[in-house]
Write a protein that binds this ligand. Structure first.
Ligand code: PMT
Length: 407
């Protein structure tokens, strides 16, 4: 395996949480990967792990205060910030995250963070309720919007391990994120600068002002794809039905729509400029012909009759518009005769690739944090079948396949 961390300067920031013991392992992995690591601790981190352990592992004195007490030597947070090729804060407590989000520079770690020009990676670790508190959620959102990368365990993984949100990501996975980051600097993704259109979530087809027809899509799969492609440098626009998930990558543009017709209009307007379109939305196939202007009443002998008409097939419409060089990716959500139906959809809609997920597979499809997919690509007789994974990992597999087309 290539050593992308070799010779890299990394500031490892450690804050006061139980997970601080894992930082020693992370440090060891970084050193093993060839990095030069400077540990910076908050004063309370020393309650959880000793500086002696960390300086022995890093081969450098640990920095914690602005001055060395006995000699009066000044530790320059500015120099340290500029020295770093990356800064990793693991574990990051709610307190430090709050200080970083608000520029409260009252210790060596936060001042170094504010002085750093390097990419900053933050691995939160705290109690479940603290993690869910609106102030923490808002502070993390702000850190993301400043361009920092938040490293958290995939939700699917949390569910399968029955461990709560808030647990610090495992050191091996933090190291992998860093390796990916430095690998991308050496060989940027062929998706860099590519314009990508993603459709997400369900659509709502109005019956009257208070009722609608919809489905169980949450948008989790589509937003995971959007984040993954954006993290590889693509310029991503999501045309999204009503969902409660958000994009984690600050560069992702979200255009909110409600009905299938609105989604079709938004996609039609943007597809010409796109290099890639990923149709992940669960668009209602039918809409209500004449939605009522007023709330339908219960009174009367007969239930109201609702006449349905076909919604535009957005994937098919884009398939007809597709110009040479554009890539169109569809999804197939099936319950039976899966492969045949998926291949038929790829053909009918003129897709270049179709991602099959079946509701017969446990943990796949709607609403779950995981998915299990089989990918068919045009002109390739052999399908690629993947095991059950978190939706973000599925997104990475799909992005790898899309990259091959542009590589
Ligand atoms: O959102 P989640 O809760 O994370 O769930 C993810 C998902 C199950 C919604 C997703 O993985 C998925 O399978 N999306 C496609 C769902 C779907 O509508 O499949 P379909 O087989 O009915 O449609 C085939 C393709 O045509 C899809 O790319 C779909 O986006 C597209 N389509 C369908 C109908 C329509 N009117 N317009 C379309 O563009």
């Amino acid at each position: 395996m290539e050593k992308y961390l070799a010779g890299k300067h990394i500031v490892l920031g450690i804050t006061g949480g139980i997970a601080a013991y894992k930082s020693a392992m992370l440090l060891r992995l970084m050193i093993k990967a060839g990095a030069e690591v400077q540990v910076v601790m908050t004063p309370s981190a020393k309650e959880f792990i000793t500086p002696v352990t960390l300086s022995a592992l890093s081969g450098k004195p640990v920095v914690s205060e602005f001055f060395t007490a006995n000699s009066g030597e000044w530790h320059s947070h500015v120099d340290l910030g500029l020295w770093a090729d990356a800064m990793v804060i693991a574990p990051a407590t709610a307190c430090t995250i709050g200080k970083m989000a608000n520029g409260v520079a009252d210790n060596m770690l936060v001042t170094t963070y504010l002085s750093s020009k390097a990419r900053v990676f933050v691995a939160p670790a705290m109690d479940l309720d603290m993690m869910a508190h609106p102030s923490t959620v808002e502070n993390l959102r702000r850190l993301r919007s400043y361009g920092n990368i938040i490293i958290e365990p995939a939700e699917g993984e949390l569910a399968s391990h029955l461990i709560g949100k808030g647990r610090m990501e495992e050191p091996e996975n933090i190291l992998k994120v860093l390796e990916d980051y430095f690998r991308r600097q050496v060989s940027p993704s062929p998706l860099t600068g590519k314009k990508v259109l993603v459709t997400a979530g369900p659509t709502r087809e109005k019956i009257d002002p208070v009722r609608y027809i919809s489905n169980y899509s949450t948008g989790k799969m589509a937003y995971a794809i959007s984040d993954e492609l954006a993290s590889r440098g693509a310029d991503v626009t999501v045309v999204s039905g009503p969902v409660s998930v958000n994009a984690s990558e600050p560069s992702v543009e979200v255009i909110g729509v409600e009905s299938g017709r609105e989604m079709a209009a938004a996609c039609e307007a943007r597809f010409r400029d796109a290099d890639i379109a990923v149709m992940c939305a669960a668009v209602a196939d039918y809409t209500v012909e004449n939605p009522s202007e007023v709330k339908l009443k219960r009174e009367g002998n007969l239930p109201p009759e609702i006449k349905l008409v076909k919604n535009p097939d957005i994937a098919r419409m884009l398939g007809e518009m597709k110009a040479p060089g554009q890539m169109l990716v569809g999804f197939a959500l099936e319950t039976d005769n899966e492969a045949d139906n998926a291949l038929d959809k790829m053909e009918r809609k003129n897709l270049d690739m179709i991602v099959l997920n079946s509701l017969r597979d446990k943990g796949a499809g709607f609403a779950t944090d995981t998915n299990k997919v089989t990918v068919f690509t045009r002109g390739n007789a052999v399908a690629e079948e993947f095991p059950l994974k978190s939706k973000r990992e599925v997104a990475a597999d799909l992005a790898d396949i899309i990259e091959r087309r542009f590589g």
